[in-house]
Structures are given as C-alpha cells and as structure tokens.
Design a binder for this molecule. Structure first.
Ligand SMILES: [Zn+2]
Length: 456
C-alpha cells in the first residue's frame, strides 16, 4: 500500500545524495515550515501576507509574519513566496471502496489527496473501514482522514434497526448511514442512536417527512433528500405519480412560498445539509453521457465504473419522472434551496457524492464548488463549507478546518487565491494531511500511474 516509498526512492536516486538529506520522502511526516506564504486562515475572510507556518508532529505549531517566526533547524522548508496556503478540503459525502481490492482503495484515497481533499466522510461503510481509518491515522496508509459511516441501513423493521444501530456503534463506526428502512422504524432507530451516542445521517427514508427527520435531530441530510416533498403543500393532488428521484416527479407542485419554513425548521434543528449538487445535476444535464465521459478526470476511473455511469444516465433519461423539463426544474429548485438555506443560517457542508454518477473522487469536489458558486454563494462562502464547517459538523470545531496553532495540519498549497477564482483550489502545488506532505510532482506521478492502469 505504500507506493510512495518506491516512488520516493526512485526520485532520490535521480536527485543524488546531497538532495536526499533535504528532501523528505513524499508522504513523510516531521517538521515543516511553509516560508513566506500568504495564508487564508478561514476563520475570517482575510489573506495574511508573507507568513511562516510551522508544522510539527502533525499539528500547526506556529504561525506569524515571516520575520517573526524562527524556522526550526530540523524543519523541511517549503517555499511559499507568491503562493497561498489554506486548510485542506472535506468531501463530506464520499465513498471509499471496501477492502477486497487494495489497489482500488489506494487509488481512490490518492485521487482525493491529489485534489486537496484531506478529509472524507465515507457514507457507505464496509467492515474494513474502521481499520483503514486507523491505519491512515497512524501513517501506515496514505490518504485523507476518514470518518466512517456504517453500511447503508436496510433494516426490515424497528427491532432490526435497533439491533443494527447498536451493532454499528459497537463495531466502531462514527455514524449510521441512513438508507432504506420502513418509515415506522425511523423513530426507534433515532431514539436508539441518541441513546448509544452515535449520529445518524444520509437519506431520509421514504415515507418519513422532512420535519420528522429534523425533529429527530438527524445529523445531516444528504442530497437535499425530502425537501421537494416538503415544499409540495399538504393536500396537493399528486394522484399516483411517484415523487421520483429526489422529488423530480413532484417538482411541478413545489411551492417556493414554503422554502422559508423549510429553512427555519432546518436551522432550528441544527441539522446540516450536504447538497451534492453534482449528483443530481450530472444526471439532469442535457450533456450526453458519452460526452461527459470525455472529461479529463475520467481517465482515473475504471472502465467498468464509467460504463455503469453511462448506462445509468440513459436509464434515468427514460424515466417518466425525470424528463428534461422536470429534471431542469429540479436543478433550479435545488440551487435556490441551497442559497436560501445558506443565507438563512441553516448550515451547509461540502460534499459531492463521489464516485457516484460522473463524480471522480477529488475532482468532483471542485465541480461541486463551482455549482455552489453558480447557486449564488461567494467563493469564500463555498470554501467555508469545505473547511471550517466540516470540523463544526463533526462536533470538533477546534480540530481542523482553519489555519491556527494547534489545528491538525491539513493544508493545501495553491498557486493563486481561490477566493478570487475557485479554480485556484484545483491541482494544488502540495497537499499536507495530518502533517504528511505530498508535493505536486509526487501527486502528479501517482495520477499518471492510476490513468495508466485504466487506459484502454
Ligand atoms: Zn453516496
């Protein structure tokens, strides 16, 4: 799993012994100093110029104006002149494969890292994930910090839901992924989760109204699940028409006059939303799947996955509840909903749902951010959702997500200021996760290796 080791050994041979003493292995931990770098601390909308940031033992140890900070003798110096340092990004609805294919697991983790994603809340757990989480934490496997949800909850009744929630908690999962449980099992599932102290998040099961999930203090609602249904006024004659995929079948009855109430209830509940705009917009877009598969990042996905996406888009396009007008109306409504929730103080955290539907891990987070900006958030507001907000959503606001002394050293070094243009957050010059540092050349070499594996 430690591909960096071989890679670093090769580059050291080429670089010669003199450089070997000053260039750490890619992925190495230790003491680092980003010297003379502009910092986006992300606790406020400001760019601090010409700073030095010292990282030691995986944490930010010092930060201040370049001339005020001593660079420790043992530090690896990283030139920051003219560059921007900010917290790494979170993918709050990601998927990491299970443990049966270690190469695919490692590829996925590295795709996230190469895109500046330093934390993944994995939203469909596998039994192997708690151990993978620990191995990443201990530096035995390269990857973003993982927050691991349980396997998708599929309980048939309330008793089974109670047993499964307890079992997932005992197995060390960080949260329960809500999937498809009977509506009448939801209250006892929620009660049990609160009693044992494990959050539950993800979908809202069919038949459970939005306000019931909010009252039950679901930790996050992903994909804006059940919002469209809430916006359809009670008593609306929907006949036997299915609500469809995220409400696409009912979108023509959505009453925008009810958005304020949805926002107020969400804010009062303290429930986070993970919009995953890309998930729906990729399926709703008029672009053909064949054209989408020409996107540059598609080279990093296995052919079998690309083919699955291609077929899925054709299949969705054939659904009577997902015809072009309804699909586009759904996209428009979801963007309005994001803007209203955000501006109304209902908290938002960044997530795209990779690798579902044309979402290549890591790359898709940048597409998601562009869509959030198109929905009306400023670039800075978008960046907040992927940094500081992720730490808050996990209930650990002081752990990471800002550039401050004591925070976990999850950082990205960029060529430009993403508050001016979000595209500057793409293809970072270097990525640091938990104090381990990967410079761009190492990330690029790794990407090339993954693309090579999937070349036809
Ligand atoms: Zn998902």
């Amino acid at each position: 799993m430690r591909w960096w080791h071989g890679l670093a050994a090769t580059s050291l041979l080429l670089a010669g012994a003199a450089q070997a003493q000053t260039t750490p292995d890619a992925g190495a931990a230790g003491t680092f100093a980003f010297v003379d770098v502009d910092v986006l601390p992300m606790d406020r909308d400001v760019r601090l110029s010409s700073q030095t940031v010292v990282v030691r033992d995986g944490r930010i140890a010092a930060i201040g104006p370049r001339d005020d900070i001593d660079v420790p003798d043992d530090a690896t110096r990283i030139d920051g002149a003219g560059r921007v340092l900010m917290p790494g990004l979170a993918e709050f609805h990601g998927h990491v494969p299970g443990g049966d294919d270690p190469v695919y697991v490692q590829d996925t983790l590295d795709l996230y890292l190469a895109n500046g994603v330093t934390l993944v809340r994995n939203m469909s757990g596998d039994v192997s994930h708690p151990e993978l989480r620990a191995r990443i934490e201990h530096g035995e496997v390269n990857g973003p910090t993982m927050v691991v949800a349980s396997p998708w909850l599929r309980s048939r009744d309330a008793d089974e839901a109670v047993r499964e929630v307890r079992a997932h908690h005992a197995a060390g999962f960080d949260l329960v992924k809500i999937g498809s449980i009977p509506a009448d099992a939801y209250p006892r599932m929620a009660e049990t989760a609160h009693a044992v102290g494990i959050p539950f998040a993800g979908h809202i099961p069919e038949g459970v109204p939005l306000d019931v999930a909010l009252d039950a203090k679901q930790a996050s609602i992903d994909h804006f699940d059940r919002y469209v249904e809430f916006l359809v006024p009670p008593g609306t004659e929907t006949g036997d028409r299915d609500a469809g995929w995220f409400g696409s079948g009912w979108v023509q009855w959505a009453d925008r006059g009810r958005i304020d109430e949805a926002v107020a209830r969400t804010r009062a509940a303290g429930t986070w939303n993970v919009p995953t705009l890309t998930l729906v917009e990729h399926m709703a877009s008029p672009e053909t799947p064949e054209a989408m598969l020409q996107w540059p990042e598609m080279r990093y996905m296995p052919a079998s996955e690309r083919e699955r996406w291609r077929r899925a888009k054709h299949e969705y396009a054939a659904r009577d509840t997902f015809q072009p007008d309804a699909a586009q109306a759904l996209v428009t409504l979801r963007r309005e909903l994001l803007k209203a929730l955000h501006d109304g103080g209902a908290p938002i955290v960044l997530g795209s749902d990779a690798p579902q539907f044309f979402n290549v891990p890591g790359f898709s987070i940048h597409r998601e951010m562009a869509m959030m900006q198109a929905a009306g958030l400023t670039p800075y507001e978008v960046l907040v959702t992927g940094t500081r907000n992720a730490a808050q959503a996990l209930g650990t606001p002081d752990a990471f997500g800002t550039v401050e002394v004591g925070r976990r050293a999850d950082l990205v070094l960029l060529a430009g200021d993403p508050r001016e243009d979000l595209s500057h957050a793409q293809a970072p010059l270097g990525v640091m996760a938990r104090g381990h540092w990967w410079p761009r050349d190492a990330l690029a070499a790794r990407l090339a290796e993954i693309a090579e594996r999937h070349a036809e």
